[in-house]
Design a protein around this ligand. Structure first.
Ligand code: PGA
Length: 253
C-alpha cells in the first residue's frame, strides 16, 4: 500500500444499528460537498458492521472493525474472526487500541497474534500504540513505542509490511481533550518510521500511512495533518457527530 491520507472514525461503544445507518447516510451527504482525496473509514460496533457496509456502499466511505480475534473458528465465546469480518464487507480492522490494552488486558503478544491472523486475510490492519502519561513524563516514550512496534510486529514478512497502517495514540491524549502538539506527534511519527525502516526497509517505511489519534477535533486536525510524517487521523469522540467528522475530512490535505 502506498502512503495515503486517512481520516478514520472509531465509534467505540456507541450507536445502534439504526443510528449507524442514519449517521452514515448523513455523512455521505456531507462528504459529497467536500473536495478531499482522503480515505474515509468508519469503525462502528461489531453488530452494526453489516449495516454500515450496506449504508456505505458506493459512497467512498470504507468500514473498519474495532477488534478481531486470531482464531478462525471454534470454542472462543464472544469473538469474531477476520474471515467473518471480511464476509460482511469490512475492509479495515483496529488492533491493539489502548482501551483494548488497558481495560481488556491485551498484550503486545495478543496484538501480534491478531496482526498475523489479519495478514492471512485481505483486511488492512490498523495497529494502535502509544505511551501513558507516566511513561511520557518519565521520558520513556521512545522506548515504549519501539518496544510496542518490535513485539507487536514481530515475525511480519517484509513484503507484508506495506499493508500495515499504524496509529500513534498517546493514552494521555485519548478522550481527555489534551492533544499532543503537531511537533510532538511528528517527532514520534519520525521515530516510528525510522523503526519501521530498521525492521522492514526504507521502502516500507516511506510508504506506510501513520495516523495520530487523541482528542482530534476540527480545530486541530489541519495543523496535525500539515506535518510531513502525519498522514492522517484516528478520531474518537469527534467522529460521533458528522458535523465535526466532516470538518476533519475537509481539513485533510
Ligand atoms: P478521542 O479518541 O478522539 O475521543 O480522543 C481517539 C481514539 O481512541 O481512537
Amino acid at each position: 500500500m502506498s502512503r495515503e491520507t486517512i481520516v478514520a472514525g472509531n465509534w467505540k461503544l456507541n450507536k445502534t444499528v439504526g443510528e449507524t445507518r442514519q449517521l452514515i447516510r448523513e455523512l455521505r451527504n456531507r462528504l459529497a460537498g467536500i473536495d478531499s482525496a482522503a480515505t474515509v473509514i468508519v469503525c462502528p460496533p461489531t453488530v452494526a458492521l453489516e449495516t454500515a457496509v450496506d449504508a456505505a456502499r458506493d459512497t467512498g466511505i470504507a468500514v473498519g472493525a474495532q477488534n478481531v480475534y486470531w482464531e478462525t473458528s471454534g470454542a472462543f465465546t464472544g469473538e469474531v474472526s477476520p474471515a467473518m469480518l471480511e464476509a460482511v464487507g469490512v475492509e479495515y480492522v483496529l488492533i491493539g487500541h489502548s482501551e483494548r490494552r488497558t481495560i481488556f488486558g491485551e498484550t503486545d503478544e495478543d496484538v501480534n497474534r491478531k496482526l498475523h491472523a489479519v495478514l492471512r486475510s485481505d483486511l488492512t490492519p490498523v495497529i494502535c500504540l502509544g505511551e501513558s502519561l507516566g511513561q511520557r513524563e518519565a521520558g520513556e516514550t521512545e522506548a515504549v513505542v519501539r518496544s510496542q512496534l518490535g513485539a507487536g510486529l514481530e515475525g511480519v514478512a517484509p513484503d507484508h509490511a506495506g499493508r500495515l497502517i499504524i496509529a500513534y495514540e498517546p493514552i494521555w491524549a485519548i478522550g481527555t481533550g489534551k492533544t499532543a502538539t503537531p511537533e510532538m506527534v511528528n517527532d514520534v511519527h519520525r521515530l516510528i518510521r525510522r523503526t519501521i525502516a530498521d525492521m522492514f526497509g526504507g521502502l516500507a517505511a516511506d510508504g506506510m500511512s501513520l495516523l495520530y489519534g487523541g482528542s482530534v477535533k476540527p480545530e486541530n486536525a489541519r495543523s496535525l495533518m500539515a506535518e510531513g510524517d502525519i498522514d492522517g487521523v484516528l478520531v474518537g469522540g469527534a467522529s460521533l457527530k458528522n458535523e465535526s467528522f466532516a470538518e476533519i475530512v475537509r481539513a485533510a490535505p
